[in-house]
Write a protein that binds this ligand. Structure first.
Ligand SMILES: [Zn+2]
Length: 216
């Protein structure tokens, strides 16, 4: 009887997980991931439908189990959530200072965060098409993190991260990509004179004032 009950509960959970498969950026469509967190996260003045997923071992030599374990510990669910909490607070202060709106324009603009290994993030050629579009030679720069509004799926966006083991750079990378998310969610293109990239770079300068090496 008890076993039967347990089986039923597990089936329900599996169905739930299958429904909640988050939209994944085309740049990492080949990377297998597992969903670790899915919640409507209550922030101080808004709620964000947030998912957090991690790369899983695909059984080839690209990553080792140890890489993946370290990645999950370094960019844990609570670490990502804390970044979102603090970014929401910094956003209000930053936007107010610039005379920009602080309230949502697209309340249902969801955030799907993917944490991938360094091997995946620094894969040769992965971002060539993006860099070429930006007029940059692929050898010119490495991408540490990126934001993808996943235009083919309305209401969803991606932030893709890979811990690089430098706390300050990891902090700035996450805050920078979250700034792109807020730029779209608050429809700041209508109010800010520059591009989303200009906004994210300016926001970084604000966010660094709140960086403490010992963490949150
Ligand atoms: Zn950017």
């Amino acid at each position: 009887m008890l076993t039967g009950t347990k089986t039923a509960v597990i089936s329900i959970l599996l169905v739930g997980a299958a429904i909640a498969t988050p939209t994944k950026s085309g740049y990492i469509s080949d990377v297998e991931t597992k969903l670790a967190y899915h919640r409507m996260l209550e922030l101080s003045d808004r709620a964000v439908n947030l998912t957090i997923s991690y790369e899983v071992n695909m059984g080839d030599s690209r990553t080792t189990a140890l890489d993946l374990k370290w990645m999950e510990a370094d960019h844990s669910v609570s670490y990502i959530k804390n970044h979102l909490y603090s970014s929401n607070l910094m956003l209000s202060e930053f936007n107010t200072g610039l005379g920009l709106p602080t309230s949502d324009c697209k309340q249902n603009y969801n955030l799907n965060v993917f944490i991938v290994s360094n091997t995946t993030m620094f894969d040769d050629n992965r971002f060539d098409s993006y860099l070429n579009k930006q007029g940059k030679s692929p050898s010119e720069r490495a991408i540490y993190a990126f934001y993808d509004p996943t235009p083919r799926v309305a209401g969803d966006s991606n932030v893709v991260l890979s811990p690089i083991g430098n706390d300050r750079q990891d902090y700035l990378s996450i805050q920078h990509e979250l700034a792109h998310f807020w730029f779209d969610r608050l429809c700041l293109a209508k109010h800010y004179s520059g591009t989303s990239e200009d906004y994210a770079l300016e926001y970084e300068k604000h966010a660094i004032k709140y960086y403490y090496p010992e963490g949150f």
